[in-house]
Design a protein around this ligand. Sequence first.
Ligand code: AMP
Ligand code: MG
Length: 348
Amino acid sequence: MHTTSKTTVWFSSYLAITTIIITGWCFPFGTPQAEWLKDQRAIMGTSISVELWHDDVDKGKGIIELVFNEMNRIDHLMSTYREDSQLSYINKHAHQQPVKINSELYRLINRAQHFSKITDGAFDITYASAGHQYNYRKRLKPSSDSIAAVLPAINYKHLILDDKEKTIHFEHKDVIIDLGGIAKGHAVDRCIKLLRQQKIKHAIVTAGGDSRLLGDRRGQPWTIGIRNPRTSKDVIAMLPLTDAAISTSGDYERYFVQEGTLYHHIINPKTGDSARSVQSVTIIGEDATTTDALSTSIFVLGPEKGLAIIETLPTIEAVIIDHKGRTLFSSGLAKAKPLPAQPSSQLH
Ligand code: AMP
Ligand code: MG
């Protein structure tokens, strides 16, 4: 990661449309003279976008297709929504016996276990036996009894990984795993690798709240805006970044409000309930697998414990909006002064 992100934060109140705003996109996709090429599709249950610089428009478009193919491949491997994915197969069979799995999936589960260990279980892919009981679209939450019944199954230590055989085994019969907190970052990293192999020097790949930037924006850094989690209209901080990954986890992504309580998609594995000490967490680092896992983890841990972990990780920075709407920065970003806290208001 280049040091622009460490030393400068630009504050602004630009209009925000999505979680992360990438300013400066120009030339519409498809015009003959275009060299910045951009496309966007719905894959992995989220919006995926790719923008890259190429001197040859047709070749550039072909490379963008390769990126979407790669996203689809990873979705087929790792989605819990797809009955035919390898992850669904694991969830059906790994409590009966060790299941041999694809080495890419094995490595990612191993990586998820690493984040569980360094966050004292705040990141835990076994959160799913509680998490899957919520239906945000239908505004349904489980009873406290049904959460209590599955809490013993939520523990990353129930996952037994065999490095030699590349197998996974669930030690508890009710374990379900879900890679929603890390797979998008992994997919973004794989796509950046693919773009490098195609000799692309300037690009940005985004999957939902996870982005990675390849190079700069031809002579200037990419500028990424962090949205105000409560208004969705303005941006709290602008980050100039080059060759970096950035992930934001927010409580406004998938949620409903019931009797004044916000239920959203990031679950505290210790309680089976939504984590509520922050509104959003943005992590900046070198690779999107790390920033994705850490944004979810720090969301669960909250500002104090979260920043304490970030300070131990030399290449990682964080911007946290706490439950009162106050903006907190890790020490590498703290030189810039935050805007006054945004008023916390209705979710919409
Ligand atoms: P993100 O938007 O990257 O923060 O990821 C949120 C997603 O991570 C959720 O939709 C779940 O699929 C998954 N998730 C929720 N809580 C946890 C947790 N405590 N540990 C790991 N993954 C989680
Ligand atoms: Mg994440």
